[in-house]
Design a protein around this ligand. Sequence first.
Ligand code: UDX
Ligand code: UDX
Length: 464
Amino acid sequence: MKFKKKILCIGAGYVGGPTMAMIAHKCPDYRVTVVDINHERIDAWNSSELPVYEPGLAAIIKKTRGKNLFFDKDIAGQIKENDIIFVSVNTPTKTFGAGAGMASDLQFLEKTAREILKYSQSSKIIIEKSTLPVKTALAMERILSSAKGKISFEVLSNPEFMAEGSAMKDLENPDRVLIGSRETISGLKARKELVEIYARWVPKEKIITSNIWSSELSKLVANAFLAQRVSSINSISVLCEIADADVSEVARAVGLDSRIGGKFLNAGIGFGGSCFKKDILNLVYLCRFYGLPEVADYWESVVKINKYQQERFILHILSTMFNTLAGKKICILGFSFKANTGDTRESPAIYITRRLLAECADVVISDPKAMGNAALDLADEAGEISYIKNPYEAVQGCHAIAILTDWDLYKKLDYKKIYQSMVKPAFIFDGRNIIDHKKCFEIGFNVYPIGKPGLSHFKNQPGI
Ligand code: UDX
Ligand code: UDX
């Protein structure tokens, strides 16, 4: 079959895999290929055990793989072969040298640009999908502009706004698709080509275009604003606890103001995930670099509140359980950074588990999808950890439960049965405010939500 467009994606991760699956699904006349330096990952994409769990992803892969969606190991050959190349390699926070702990590590991106340059035999459109510091396209362009002969490259920015757990829904029905380009004749032509792809299923008014720097910066700013909302409500949650207010009621009242809106106002143990912290720190670094310390401090406080929220959750468990956790068994329900994903990157559960272990608690970890990742994250821990997937088995003989992920499953558990199998007095610390607190209290638990009065059977003990 002759395909209308030939599209390549370098980087078969959480972003590259699902995004390309959606393009292949919506554009059966395009050939979409995904390559990765990690051959095991490519093998996994070609197997029945996909490396990424997303509701709806497996069904689309089944429909498209081998027809117009291919996962391949030959990076050089595929660069030669394709005209449109998405770059979706990881851009983690730098761990060394200048900007360590804050700036983005762009080595993979630069290496990829050099490979594209090395193997290309014709002109191509290169699309930045990875989240990057503003002005990264300039570095890309500079590397690619050393191409010999008549070959030229047009660099576009097309940041991905999908969230994990709802990736396929977000990709199918995005709030917007953003495409940034140089505003030159060739830049606008390349932009049009990319608009054409998305226009196959996204309404035209939702495909917005901008200059390339606005596009790069918008991704960082969108994530910073979302994270800032979570930190804002979390900062209020502690005040609610002291003032006997209820953070859910406050969030509802505030969110009903149409100028504010109700989303991203759920108080909890803080945000995790591969993007929020990384992107804010990147923004902070950029602001410091450009001599804007006040702006940098403003955004850094979002990350500081996030850490504070996790630490205060731990200290609260400690003080409520009579100031010692040594030898006590605590069951962590939920280890992924949010529901509907097995991803544990930057999950608050990692920090909280490590702190519980530092208090010499025995920790039992349970999660429907993240057990493998949890074991990898905690591989260096010497403390007492067990991994038990079935929540009813996991809680047996425990002194306390800490709910750390908002999995639906935990709302529906039989807490009466759970209570019976635990050591008394039994505690629940609901780090996501998802269970019926009153009902659990009536069963016999001492229940401690976030940002609401605790429900305690002890005389004279204030809730929180
Ligand atoms: C990544 C970035 O982390 C994020 O900033 C960006 O918005 C999108 O791309 P994600 O897909 O979640 O997000 O990362 P990850 O799952 O780590 O996937 C990146 C893939 O790129 C990995 O499979 C890695 O093996 C691959 N890679 C990395 C290459 O193929 N070549 C490289 O040189 C480096
Ligand atoms: C985020 C952005 O939403 C997405 O647009 C971008 O492309 C990648 O980064 P993601 O990290 O997958 O997506 O998840 P998201 O739903 O944004 O949640 C991030 C974290 O915030 C999770 O740990 C979640 O539990 C937490 N959160 C979210 C809250 O604590 N309260 C809320 O009200 C919302």
